[in-house]
Design a protein around this ligand. Sequence first.
Ligand SMILES: *Cc1c(COP(=O)(O)O)cnc(C)c1O
Length: 349
Amino acid sequence: MIPHSKPSINIREINALNSVLRSGLIAEGSLTAKFERQLADFVGVRFATAVNSGTSGLHLALLALKIKQGDEVIIPSYVCTAVLNAVNYTGATVKIVDIDPDSFNICPIAVKEALTKKTKAIIVPHMFGLAADLKELLEFGVPVIEDCAMAVGATYNGQKLGSFGAISVFSFYATKMLTTAEGGMILANNKKIAAFVRDLKDYDNKPDYRLRFNYKMNDLSAAIGLEQLKKIPDFISRRQRIARMYNKSLVDSGLVLPLGGNIKEHVYFRYAIRLRKSANILIAKLQEAGIEAKKPVFRPLHQYLRLKSADFPSTNEVFKSTVSLPIYPELSSKNAKYIISKTLKALAD
Ligand SMILES: *Cc1c(COP(=O)(O)O)cnc(C)c1O
């Protein structure tokens, strides 16, 4: 079976973990600090705070913007529930909006319609590794939290994602662009925001009491992350190479291929194609051929919340018809060709 996604772990991560384990210093320490510094430098942002997941990163990012009950936060429907959970942790009201079907990203026109005086933030996930319409979104003057869980190393007009919003959040879950098994990072240029999230992620040794969390990263995770960060340029170019193979071979197949006018800006966390028919048929046929393809979003948020379906035409359409083909640095060209041939065959049937 060719898996849908797979982390790239080799002897470097194993050796790094080994030495941390032997040192006995496995809690948050110098390696976490080093990982924070290196990710901040890589993205081009002043401050970074490591946390134990992307979800906790989003939670603290919202708290840093002083978001509370009575405030409104705008998020897209076509994203995992982690984003919805983070807003709900704060007690704020979530406003779910439709997407742009071509980019899979939050639709600026839908955002504009959802804005009210109570809107305190927009969470902008860069879906599948492609930048959202940051220019339009930033013009609303509402703080943008960039969700870069799928977009480590991706760019917008040549500048790294994660350096545009008031705050940006990364995830290093097992199958993300870069992994620490579980983990996350909060980036900001604002010193106060950075100090606030750093304070809140750790409850211990504080002179005062307030509600804090245990959202710390540990040095085992950071040791993996540091090795992964060295490899990220290679990870990205390998993903882009596979995407080019897919693009070239599938261009005449009647599918809607991923947007990527400038392929260098897209990191292809997912290679998501839109079909004319239901996604499930292709997924089943590929499964029979030993290929694990998936819907790239399990279920849109408006469906979970039973919001009026008519308000989400693009999300509905994309959810029905979009298939994510396997793509990851360790996917061989031979397997990519096999996936192409089975996809073309399934579409021709
Ligand atoms: C994975 C992901 C998250 C959640 O990150 P975790 O580390 O799993 O908590 C949030 N947003 C997006 C867009 C993601 O892809």
